[in-house]
Design a protein around this ligand. Sequence first.
Ligand SMILES: C[S@@+](CC[C@H](N)C(=O)[O-])C[C@H]1O[C@@H](n2cnc3c(N)ncnc32)[C@H](O)[C@@H]1O
Length: 256
Amino acid sequence: MEMTWDPDQYLAFGDHRLRPALELLARIPLRAPARVVDLGCGTGTVTGYLRKRWPEARITGVDSSPEMLSTARRTEPSLQWRQEDLTAWAPEEPVELIYSNAALHWAEHHDLLFPRLVEHLKPGGALAVQMPRNFGAPSHTLMFRLAASGPWAARLDGLHRSAPVHEPGFYYDLLAPLSGRLDIWETEYLQVLTGENPVAEFTKGSWLKPMLDALEPPQRRAFEAEYRRLVLEAYPRRDDGRTVFPFKRLFMIAVL
Ligand SMILES: C[S@@+](CC[C@H](N)C(=O)[O-])C[C@H]1O[C@@H](n2cnc3c(N)ncnc32)[C@H](O)[C@@H]1O
């Protein structure tokens, strides 16, 4: 899917988006990888944490979005940044760590992509991945249903993919035969958000955005207003004025 990312909207929920990235990083059992690649590095915030953990490593961030990369270059000017499609990416030589937080769910054909990434690792290297697996939650199902049913259906056709991330068992079966050690787990975060309609704002940083971008202003306003109404109904504010947004994420670390 072609998409223009908005770094500010994405970073507005930085804490909730950073936590899984750091939990993935904390569990990577590598002492001193020489070459580290951050696939789908986005604004480079997480890449900066990779640098903090392994200051001696040669770290490269790969992303297809020029907007995200321009923020990344400003944030971490000393790292290498490459504008590339991660599905076609290949390193010049095998690397010790391929890290990818919240990016591979944008790519299709995981049955081919994941084994190909493992092929780019040195012996003893690791593939560490986190992907949201919240596509069955109302925040997403309401959006997809609305997209398919209103006057905008033809314009939005093709933008609402069904669950791109498989069940955890799929990744186990795919990666276990290729790895010496496989750590795989899922966490449901109860994200406590503030604001008037924070779930709508949250999805605006990811799945809602390409749909809004595809519509002309009058339809865009109508679509967003209807989505905001539905989502507010599904995620009502609690007595303390906050909103709880349960969010599932899948993690895996395959060590060769
Ligand atoms: C949700 S952001 C995550 C960014 C970063 N990893 C983080 O944790 O903050 C997803 C990123 O994946 C990138 N992306 C999506 N599909 C891609 C592709 N096919 N090739 C390269 N980057 C891609 C987007 O441009 C975006 O920056």
